[in-house]
Design a binder for this molecule. Sequence first.
Ligand code: SF4
Ligand code: SF4
Length: 73
Amino acid sequence: METKKKILKKKAVIDTKYCAACGVCVKSCPFGAITIRNGVVAEIDEARCVGCGKCAKACVASVIDIVKKEEVK
Ligand code: SF4
Ligand code: SF4
């Protein structure tokens, strides 16, 4: 029988309105989860992000938040 398990994980979210596309967060992420899309805004690959918070601490504009993400597996 298949069992469903709820897993709570964290992830980073960017308030893109205020992102300066400086690239500091890209360098800070140990998992390579952040890229600068079209040279104008940072984007997080949810599949790679583990919610460690390094990018949030590194962000020069303080526009990254770590939030809880609920996953059903
Ligand atoms: S929270 Fe950690 S893993 Fe996720 S994007 Fe930021 S630095 Fe990378
Ligand atoms: S460090 Fe902050 S301002 Fe700079 S690209 Fe990343 S999210 Fe944008």
